[in-house]
Design a protein around this ligand. Structure first.
Ligand SMILES: [Zn+2]
Length: 103
């Protein structure tokens, strides 16, 4: 899997404003967009990495456009925290990271 990390991302900045949070990682396809955090700081936080990798998997599972649609629908219906894709990503934080996805 070819996963890329983009620092100082504009879409991550927008997400930070909308979510009213300081540091943000947001996934589009196989690219993890960061705002206010550096690649090394992000990669050192294994729970955070596993969370975002779960979203990369979700994109693969559903396809790009379909996943974005379903994700937004879940957020509208249930809110960000109860969104089933967020719940799944949070549960993946507990699982071991078997290999380094970033080569
Ligand atoms: Zn998430």
């Amino acid at each position: 899997m070819n996963i890329r990390i983009k620092e100082k991302s504009l879409v991550a900045w927008v997400a930070a404003k909308l979510l009213r949070t300081d540091k943000v990682a947001i996934v589009f396809g196989s690219v993890i967009h960061l705002w206010n955090t550096e690649k090394n700081e992000f990669l050192d936080n294994k729970r955070w990495v596993k969370h975002e990798l779960a979203h990369v998997e979700q994109y693969k599972q559903y396809g790009f456009a379909r996943f974005i649609f379903l994700y937004l629908w879940e957020t509208i219906k249930s809110g960000y925290y109860k969104n089933r894709f967020e719940a799944e990503a949070r549960s993946k934080e507990q699982e071991p990271l078997l290999h380094n996805e970033f080569s």
